[in-house]
Design a protein around this ligand. Structure first.
Ligand SMILES: C[S@@+](CC[C@H](N)C(=O)[O-])C[C@H]1O[C@@H](n2cnc3c(N)ncnc32)[C@H](O)[C@@H]1O
Length: 286
């Protein structure tokens, strides 16, 4: 819910060009949240600039959310150019790719096949939200319920003969190291050679600055919500884990590179927090 809210807020609080344009995210928000966004967008720009001029936790978090989504969908677009026909969204949450693909009026024949995998409770809630808003089932979308800590992914996600693209965003920090490693291994073993995977991970800060305050604040907040964050990695450790699971590293993208690539020259204050990394992998196993 928080990531959908931040993707929707980006289109109102931040300046154009948008880093990631998700016009379906607001559909998932509560009436109260939607009303807040409507009021914000009705304000004169000079009033709402408090959002754009501040370097605060909300801005940093919003930067991370929109940059990671953009990074994954840019890589997906490049994979599609190379012929990839299946997009697996692990821990999809309120991801709206399938909805946006339909809204864009893409022909079912041209549209990529989407598989959304998520915790059974989250997925059931999302599907119920979609039904209650009158959304019809999206034609080329399949839902698969998996708990990464308990279920065997390989039993739910059949092996593919041709390369697929997988995104796994906003999740690694909530899982145990064992569950991350097992999921990476299963994905490598069940994806065809040339398949790609994009995921994000956090590195625990070693100094205390604004990013560190956000990191520790988020840990406290998520712990209070009974969803504690558990796993953090140094970039070299994350690479080792991925290599051991059968992946090769295309890019281990540091926050400063994300800023240069997606946020340079902006007139708002978007900046990725210094603990948020992105990893782009390619399957070299099968
Ligand atoms: C912060 S959301 C990220 C959603 C989406 N990928 C995004 O970037 O907006 C975290 C997601 O991880 C999923 N998740 C957390 N623990 C899980 C588990 N043990 N098994 C499966 N999914 C899990 C949640 O259901 C939720 O959809």
């Amino acid at each position: 819910m928080a990531t959908a809210w931040l993707r929707a807020l980006h289109l109102i609080a931040d300046d154009e060009p948008w880093v990631f344009e998700d016009r379906a995210a607001a559909d998932f928000l509560s009436r109260y949240q939607q009303r807040f966004l409507q009021r914000l967008s009705a304000m004169p720009r000079s009033w709402s600039r408090t959002f754009r001029q501040r370097r605060d936790a909300l801005t940093a978090m919003r930067s991370q959310i929109v940059v990671r989504a953009r990074y994954a969908e840019d890589a997906l677009a490049a994979a599609r150019e190379r012929g990839c026909q299946r997009y697996v969204i692990l821990a999809a949450g309120l991801d709206t790719f399938a909805l946006r693909q339909r809204q864009a009026g893409q022909d079912a024949a041209d549209a990529i096949t989407v598989v959304e995998i998520d915790h059974p409770a989250t997925q059931a809630w999302k599907r119920q939200q979609l039904t209650s808003q009158g959304h019809e089932q999206v034609e080329n979308l399949t839902y698969v319920a998996v708990d990464f800590e308990r279920d065997r992914l390989e039993e739910r996600l059949p092996a593919t003969a041709s390369p697929q693209f997988v995104s796994w965003l906003g999740t690694s920090y909530y899982l145990s190291r064992e569950a991350i490693s097992a999921t990476l291994t299963t994905l490598a073993e069940t994806s065809a050679r040339g398949s790609e995977l994009v995921l994000d991970y956090w590195q625990q800060p070693s100094t205390f600055d604004l990013s560190a305050a956000l990191f520790w604040g988020t840990r406290v907040a998520t712990a209070f919500q009974q969803e504690p964050m558990r796993s953090f990695f140094r970039p070299s450790d994350m690479e080792k884990l991925a290599l051991a699971a059968g992946w090769t590293v295309r890019e281990n993208c540091a926050p400063i590179i994300q800023d240069e690539r997606y946020l340079a020259g902006r007139t708002d204050n978007l900046a990725v927090p210094s603990f948020a990394y992105l990893l782009h992998l390619e399957n070299s196993l099968r």
